[in-house]
Design a protein around this ligand. Structure first.
Ligand code: NAD
Length: 345
């Protein structure tokens, strides 16, 4: 555990257990030098406590990188709640988690993530003010979708010379909260969609609503398209898939798309333009962070739209340096975090 903390630069790791509600939770705080750590709370089953710790640490670091490149006054944090195998009391459990968050005195602000809903955030909010994504505030997914849409337009401009998506063929994996909202924006912009999801109802809906072509889950990697858009799982760019992509651009919302850093290098060698995930999918984080600090909706949406400019600038930098885009993004984020740590010493 300490080795993992050391290798990722994690500041601190917190544990909380409450037998009455069945809560077992972990909060990983990667960085607070740029401001309070912010990041979602996962509520999923884990095969072991060690797996949950690893997930929290890895995700907290990713949130620091996301905040840094989006120029938000926050560091990265992440919470995981180990979903109990036996019966539990959901309201009490989330309230107890709220007390856990509150005990950190504002060093960590929580949000929705896999397995948590706005109603859970409402329960947490009965115990602490350090929470976002309550029902009043709403779901960040539409802002994530909007940011990814802007990032796709920036990628098209860089690679094809125009941000116009009319007749551009996009292979979209995952029609969930973000993927479906994004499909709607892409369809409205004239893009042609090929889609997949493990949920056949979502696929059927996209075929009807967006005239999309449906393919089986595993076939999506072989679709000949202009853009591959991952909006489902993480680690979908891995040694088994990296040679299968038949597209010019990979740009989507999924977190941790590269199974390891080497995959970014592989895409670069294959001439595929990769939009670093934590830059293109920062719309949701921008929404929750600025909402929490009381910013107006127009200001928030303006900042989400800036993902177009940030990504365009990163592409130019990577091209000038003849480096993979993933590498340039990592270097930039690490430099921003390091500078804040040095300034505080
Ligand atoms: P979601 O759970 O609503 O949607 C995921 C979708 O992927 C579901 O429809 C699911 O059925 C589908 N899916 C799962 N396995 C699949 C497979 N093997 N093949 C095809 N489809 C599959 O999640 P979401 O909120 O839409 O987030 C999507 C991705 O974007 C996740 O990686 C998430 O971490 C990331 N992300 C989301 C947000 C946000 O605001 N929601 C912000 C940043 C990043």
């Amino acid at each position: 555990m300490f080795r993992q903390m050391d290798s990722t630069g994690l500041q601190d790791l917190h544990f909380w257990q409450d037998s009455a509600s069945g809560l077992q939770a972990i909060i990983a705080i990667h960085d607070t030098f740029r401001g309070p750590a912010i990041g979602g709370c996962r509520f999923i089953p884990y095969p072991s406590t060690a797996a949950a710790i690893t997930d929290a640490i890895r995700l907290a670091k990713g949130m620091s990188y996301k905040s840094a490149l989006a120029d938000l006054p926050h560091g990265g944090g992440k919470a995981v709640i180990l979903k109990p195998a036996k019966l539990y009391h959901p309201e009490q459990l989330m309230q107890s988690f709220g007390r856990f968050v509150d005990s950190l005195g504002g060093r960590y602000i929580t949000a929705m993530d896999s397995g948590t809903q706005t109603t859970d955030m409402d329960n947490i909010a009965t115990q602490t003010p350090f929470v976002t994504c309550t029902q009043t505030m709403g779901d960040p997914s539409p802002s994530t979708a909007k940011g990814v849409f802007e990032g796709i337009r920036a990628s098209a401009k860089f690679r094809f010379g125009s941000p116009d998506l009319n007749h551009i063929h996009i292979a979209l994996q995952g029609l969930g909260h973000v993927g479906y909202a994004l499909a709607k924006l892409l369809h409205a912009a004239g893009a042609r969609l090929t889609v997949t999801d493990i949920d056949p109802d979502k696929v059927a809906q996209a075929v009807t609503e967006f005239a999309a072509t449906a393919v089986a889950e595993d076939e999506i990697y072989d679709v000949v398209a202009d853009i591959f858009c991952p909006c489902g799982l993480g680690a979908i760019i891995n040694p088994d898939t990296v040679d299968r992509f038949k597209c010019a651009i990979i740009a989507g919302s999924a977190n941790n798309q590269l199974s390891d850093n080497h995959q970014g290098e592989m895409l670069y060698r294959r001439g595929i333009l990769y939009a670093p995930d934590y830059l293109i999918n920062a719309g949701g984080l921008i929404f929750v962070a600025l909402h929490h600090s009381g910013q107006k909706e127009t200001v928030i949406q303006q900042k989400v739209t800036q993902i177009y400019a940030s990504l365009s600038e990163l592409y130019q930098h990577a091209e000038a340096d003849k480096q993979p885009t993933s590498h340039i993004a990592d270097i930039r984020a690490e430099m921003i975090i390091r500078q804040a740590r040095l300034a505080a010493q």
